[in-house]
Design a protein around this ligand. Structure first.
Ligand SMILES: NC(=O)c1ccc[n+]([C@@H]2O[C@H](COP(=O)([O-])OP(=O)(O)OC[C@H]3O[C@@H](n4cnc5c(N)ncnc54)[C@H](O)[C@@H]3O)[C@@H](O)[C@H]2O)c1
Length: 340
């Protein structure tokens, strides 16, 4: 069987994670080409990856190479145009979170994929992480009864690229860092957001606040889901210790904790140092396996003609949560979401 030929669009931080996995760790896939608006970077990364073809935009790639699928790892504000172009060319789409900048863009992406009959999977890789999967399985088995309260936090060790610090091109930290938490709560609660209240502040990066008036580097979000489950999201970036992604589900009969600070089960102790353990330096380390499983799932869905576990609709609902939380930050009041 011919491999699924994938082209990675945007070979920055996330792009190189996906490109490397598609090249080395995804049976049934081949990395056909890379694209980056910065052609020199595209060439350098293509060389590093051992890929012959590189381009500076998606249109050229779609024109010149036979592509079955693309992986979108460009800045958020470019996702919609690229996804729609790919769908119209018949290419399946794995799109990094946040899916898009606006709900209109997300709707257009879903519609384009539906009309073309191509897969659209959104990059919520926590759903492929062994710890998060085990938690969901225990919840589904009823091990802790009914979920009552779900907390999810993400803290990043360093600032993301510049475009992601500007809320106009990224929707800010809740989108760039905490999209995952919005998805986690929807997924674990199996319900949609009903009401959202958020508070945010700039407590560290005062220079960025001066440059981008809507910037914030710390946020908390209170949520009420339609089925009554309560949720809480916490975000902070940058923090002074490493990458941190954890969740807790309090159920009617018990509690489930997901994730920990420590990256390996090794602790040393001396009188001089006390207990010494190591933590996750970054998201690539914490979710290494999940990114591979996510890409494998995408390719498997194409080969076996299955619907991805994380759909465009999931991407859109998480985005809606982020947008409403940002609105709540600006207005200072809780906001109810319409629709079903
Ligand atoms: N799932 C995760 O854990 C995770 C982690 C990091 C980033 N991301 C997401 O991945 C996406 C990219 O983030 P990043 O941190 O890798 O950004 P980045 O700035 O490091 O890389 C983006 C790359 O895209 C290129 N680019 C910009 N516009 C382009 C266009 N129109 N066509 C082709 N290339 C273009 C840039 O030159 C750059 O090299 C974002 O949506 C981000 O939220 C997800």
């Amino acid at each position: 069987m011919n491999p699924v030929k994938v082209c990675v669009i945007g070979v920055g931080r996330a792009g190189m994670v996906h490109a490397t996995n598609l090249k080395n760790n995804v049976p049934g896939a081949s990395l056909a080409a890379v694209v980056d608006a910065d052609l020199e970077l595209a060439e350098e990364r293509a060389r590093d990856l051992g890929v012959d073809l590189f381009f500076s935009d998606i249109y050229e790639a779609l024109d010149r190479v036979e592509i079955d699928a693309i992986c979108i790892t460009t800045p958020t504000f470019t996702h919609a145009e690229i996804a729609i172009a790919a769908a119209r060319a018949g290419a399946h789409i794995l799109c990094e979170k946040p899916m898009a900048l606006t709900l209109e863009e997300a709707n257009d992406m879903i519609q384009a994929a539906d009309e073309a009959g191509v897969k659209l999977q959104v990059g919520f890789m926590r759903r492929f992480d062994p710890a998060f999967i085990a938690a969901k399985e225990r919840l589904d088995r009823g091990d802790i009864g009914r979920p009552m309260l779900i907390r999810s936090l993400t803290r990043g060790p360093g600032l993301p690229p510049r475009w992601a610090c500007d809320p106009c091109t990224s929707n800010g930290m809740l989108a760039e860092v905490n999209s995952h938490d919005f998805d986690t709560i929807r997924w674990l609660a199996e319900s949609e957001f009903e009401r959202i209240y958020a508070e945010a502040n700039t407590l560290k990066c005062f220079d960025l606040k001066e440059e981008f008036p809507d910037f914030y580097d710390n946020a908390i979000v209170s949520l009420r889901m339609k089925n009554g489950t309560l949720g809480m999201i916490e975000g902070s970036c940058p923090v002074g210790y490493g990458y941190d992604a954890r969740a807790e589900v309090l159920g009617s009969e018990g509690v489930i904790l997901v994730g920990e600070l420590q990256d390996t089960a090794v602790v040393s102790c001396t009188k001089r140092t006390g207990l010494v353990a190591s933590n996750f330096p970054g998201w690539r380390d914490r979710f290494r396996e999940a990114y591979i499983a996510e890409a494998r799932h995408f390719v498997e869905c194409i080969i076996e003609r299955k619907e991805p576990k994380v759909t465009g609709e999931d991407g859109k609902r998480a985005l809606e949560g982020v947008l409403v939380a940002n609105k709540s930050i600006q207005s200072g009041v809780p906001i109810s979401l319409g629709g079903s």
